[in-house]
Design a protein around this ligand. Structure first.
Ligand code: 5AD
Ligand code: SF4
Length: 440
């Protein structure tokens, strides 16, 4: 068997896509962790911000030497940058053999064979219609699964490149999704994350009428499922029905990622988000009311074109009012083809950097406080593996998605364990395993 080295950048959707790439190529290639021994080197790319794109281009440049040492190596770029740049990538990287877009994964075997025959291949069509999705094969003893339920996005937030590189929204039929999950659960899997750019609009366009909460109800009822999560939700489409599922469906974890992007109504409008800060805060209040203890995380952009100090103050104020448990914050980055990139009054980098630092400092305080409130409690942890920083420790997550490290025996990996939380850190907690009571 030939060897495939796969390097993945970006979001969970890309991670799921990379798993699919490895799977469609599994007839001819086995995965390797050593780039030096690869026969096929694929980079799955992210275009969400300029920095993400630059990382990809610099990696691509650094691979010239490897290609020289291994002339038979096939070098390919897929994902969002490939979709955005297409043929232009071949021009900037003469050592590149293959460029494939976000809809081309299932055709990889043919493309790779053409590249092996000496052709430089580019396939970046964004075809409407779901590609024939190969049946997922789960590894032995899986713990967590990322299950794609829909692709694309029709929202066209003015800053976002995703609708341009992932095409129109389309949902997979529920029977296909539940069959994939049934296989995962039969293999012993515990936790499923349903993925889509905008999961709340799941079901639009399917012949069978079904909403996202309906899908959650179906999946929750599946035998053996311990935990269910989903990402990402658009605040505009967060329905009362969805809010009520947190209380009604036992496997559904008390965690919601609800990107707000800004706390200023003027900026939200310019972003084309379709809600106001008041509407957002109202939804957060309803979530906390119907699911006490829910962990709400968010995404924030600072320095959107024309953002004033007063707009930014509104964002800080919303952050405090929403009391986010976690926030991922970014400097606005102009993206090709997006409306915001053409707006006047783009802000200088120093202003963006300074606002980002202030916002992150504020959120760190909030996160530490939220973590501190958990110290002294005993909670369920799904043990995912050994801790990366301290391999003598185990690493897992609470239902609220917080990371917990604790010393414990390896046989707990893949199992639910009760852990007494002892220390709060900015990005994780420490704990002590509470051993199962001996069975009589
Ligand atoms: N600049 C900065 N951040 C962006 N995001 C999306 N597009 C941009 C951009 N052009 C952020 C949003 C989104 C997250 C995945 O990335 O906050 O929710
Ligand atoms: Fe981008 Fe907005 Fe679609 Fe999210 S909802 S992927 S931010 S366009």
């Amino acid at each position: 068997m030939k060897k495939l080295y796969l390097r993945t950048f970006g979001c969970q959707m890309n991670v799921a896509d990379s798993e699919l790439m490895a799977q469609v190529l599994a007839g001819e290639y086995v995965l390797t962790q050593q780039a030096e021994e690869a026969d096929l080197y694929l980079i799955n790319t992210c275009a969400i911000r300029r920095k993400a794109e630059e990382k990809v281009l610099s990696l691509l440049g650094s691979l010239k030497g490897l290609k020289k040492r291994r002339p038979q190596l096939i070098l390919g770029v897929g994902g969002c940058v490939a979709q955005q740049e297409g043929e232009r990538l071949l021009a900037v990287a003469p050592h590149l053999d293959l460029v494939f877009g976000t809809h081309g994964i299932y055709r990889l075997p043919q493309m790779v064979r053409a590249a092996a025959a000496g052709r430089r291949v580019v396939e970046v069509d964004l075809k409407p219609g779901l590609p024939p999705w190969p049946q997922r094969q789960w590894p032995p003893k899986p713990v967590k699964a990322l299950v794609t339920i829909m692709k694309g996005c029709d929202n066209f937030c003015s800053f976002c490149v995703v609708p341009h590189v992932r095409g129109r929204e389309e949902s997979r039929p529920p029977s296909v999704i539940t069959a994939e999950i049934a296989d995962f659960l039969a293999a012993g899997g515990k936790e499923v994350t349903l993925l889509g750019q905008n999961v709340n609009s799941y079901g639009r366009g399917l012949p069978e009428p079904i909403t996202f909460p309906d899908l959650l109800r179906r999946v929750s009822a599946m035998e053996g499922l311990a935990r269910l999560r989903f990402a990402t939700s658009h605040p505009r489409d967060l329905s009362a029905d969805l809010i009520s599922t947190f209380l009604d469906l036992p496997p559904l974890c008390e965690h919601l990622h609800l990107p707000v992007q800004s706390g200023s109504n003027r900026i939200l409008k310019a972003m084309n988000r379709g809600y106001t800060r008041e509407q957002y805060l109202e939804k957060v209040a309803r979530l906390r009311q119907s699911c006490p203890g829910i962990h709400i995380s968010t995404d924030l952009i600072v320095g959107f074109p024309s953002e004033t100090e007063a707009d930014f103050a509104h964002t800080l104020d919303l952050m405090a009012k929403a009391a986010f448990d976690q926030a991922f914050s970014f400097k606005y980055s102009p993206r090709p083809q997006t409306r915001a990139a053409t707006l006047p009054d783009q802000l200088p980098e120093v202003v963006k950097a300074e606002r980002l630092a202030r916002l992150q400092a504020r959120q760190d305080e909030l996160t530490i406080k939220a973590h501190g409130r958990l110290v002294g409690q005993t909670q369920e942890v799904l043990v995912e593996g050994l801790s990366k920083r301290a391999p003598e420790q185990l690493c897992g997550r609470l239902r609220t998605n917080r990371v917990v490290n604790f010393p414990g025996p390896r046989h707990l990996v893949g199992r639910l364990a009760q852990v007494h939380l002892t220390e709060a850190h900015p990005h994780s907690l420490k704990g002590r395993w509470v051993e199962d009571p001996p069975t009589p």
